[in-house]
Design a protein around this ligand. Structure first.
Ligand code: FAD
Length: 401
């Protein structure tokens, strides 16, 4: 692992810090239009789509430069860019599997957030077992007609386009009869119903498709290649570098230490309580482990390595850490956790009127990470089978009695 910053990296960090100090919005961005405008400013400065190839509107930067930008943004509390699903993994999937026409049509508007994207994979009975999905796409000769239901669609309420998995062949084994399309969300056959989450926010939704239209030109890859394409998407989704996230945890951690010095219980500062000090110490040690894990991924990415199935280790580790972190924070803060705003920021745009991230909200939200992009249990299966080479799982419902 090479952890040294080159002189170029140091200069890049200084330039980024100066730019952010001059440009970060002074007040909260409340509406989608305000978030889009800030996103556009970030994009034009070269801070969005940093790793995308230049020919598709990206900046061809290094993973280290991207990590520096994430770090500096978290440090100054800059609102993050939007369209995270599009830029993080739908666009890269189109770059790998899409036609030239699809790349020309969709990628640039994705980067500039002129068009917001969502991921239409999960269904009520197809989450971990994604290959069981039932949404159908039938070929009418001219186009495909789509019928079915998706669920947990992040950014659904604000999305213009979605990447969609559908069953196109019922006669073959379930993994082999799936195809992948790009679907226009702004058409009469697509109905989006926001779901209210425990945090009070509505970041995701149900999506009902009734005779919706998917164009032939919007089929990604070949017919029935959907499962392979889904693996590409999930690889980008889980493999992302988590260093920006670690900086946000660190900011929350320092807020917590500060609060423990200020807040009193029984007339004495919380920090005087040996149990509180022990908890904070343990959390600091865990935070350092996360920082080094993030640096290890970054070091690999800088050398051109792809994390592959090993990305499940990182994902499992930081999402479970996040749960422990905010649980401990609430134990220390007690009722103050309902009031104190944490360093955490939600990457997507909310359309409801939920309050910004207090420690209590961050605690509730921290459950989500251990479910999306494959639950913790599923990550453990992947690590066991594909990283450690253990025998394949035996599902309880398949054990012969
Ligand atoms: C905040 C959030 C955002 C999301 N955004 C999107 C999105 O934008 N697009 C999208 O398509 N989906 C999205 N999802 C859905 C997500 O991918 C699924 O929730 C996830 O794959 C789990 O599927 P499930 O909810 O159907 O649970 P299930 O698969 O029914 O799992 C239920 C429980 O059983 C366990 N389990 C299941 N299978 C196994 C197994 N083989 N071995 C051991 N344990 C097992 C799981 O770990 C879990 O605890 C989102 C989810 C969340 C929480």
């Amino acid at each position: 692992m090479d952890l040294n910053y080159s002189p170029e990296d140091v200069a890049f960090r200084e330039k980024t810090r100066r730019w952010l100090e001059e440009n970060v919005p002074r007040q909260d961005l409340k509406t989608l239009d305000e978030r889009k405008a800030w996103h556009r400013t970030l994009y034009e400065a070269g801070y969005v789509g940093m790793l995308w190839p230049k020919e598709y509107g990206g900046w061809g930067a290094t993973p280290m430069q991207q990590a520096i930008v994430q770090d500096e943004m978290a440090r100054i509390g800059a609102p993050p860019p939007i369209n995270g699903l599009g830029i993080g993994f739908i666009g890269p999937t189109i770059i790998v599997h899409g036609t030239d026409q699809q790349k020309q049509r969709y990628l640039r508007k994705m980067l500039t957030a002129e068009e917001i994207w969502c991921q239409l994979y999960s269904e009520p009975n197809a989450g971990s077992d994604l290959a069981s999905l039932k949404t159908r796409a039938e070929d009418t000769g001219d186009h495909f007609v789509v019928n079915g239901q998706k669920i947990w669609t992040s950014s659904g309420p604000i999305a213009d386009w979605g990447i969609l998995l559908c069953r196109t062949d019922l006669k073959v084994p379930k993994h082999k009869g799936i195809s992948c399309f790009l679907l226009n969300m702004r058409q009469p056959g697509v109905e989006v119903r926001p779901l209210k989450q425990i945090t009070g926010l509505s970041l995701f939704s149900e999506v009902f498709m009734t005779n919706a239209r998917a164009e032939k030109d919007d089929l990604i890859g070949r017919l029935s290649q959907g499962w392979e394409i889904a693996q590409t998407t999930l690889g980008y989704e889980r493999g992302a570098n988590s260093l920006g996230r670690v900086t946000r945890y660190a900011i929350s951690y320092h807020q917590l230490v500060h609060a423990a010095k200020e807040l009193k219980r029984g007339g004495r500062p919380l920090i005087d309580d040996p149990v509180v000090r022990a908890r904070l110490g343990k959390m600091y040690a865990e935070l350092e482990v996360q920082r080094y894990a993030g640096l290890r991924v970054l070091s690999g990415l800088n050398k051109g390595e792809t994390p592959g199935a090993a990305s499940s280790i990182t994902k499992l580790s930081y999402t479970e850490f996040e749960k422990r972190f905010y649980e401990t924070a609430l134990e220390i803060l007690g009722p103050w956790g309902q009031q104190m705003v944490a360093g955490e920021d939600f990457e997507e745009v909310d359309t409801s009127s939920g309050e910004p991230g207090t420690f209590a909200t961050a605690f509730l939200w921290s459950r989500a990470g251990t479910i999306y992009s494959g639950s913790s249990e599923v990550q453990k299966n992947i690590i066991g089978e594909r990283v450690l080479g253990l025998p394949k799982e035996v599902r309880a419902d398949r054990i012969a009695r």
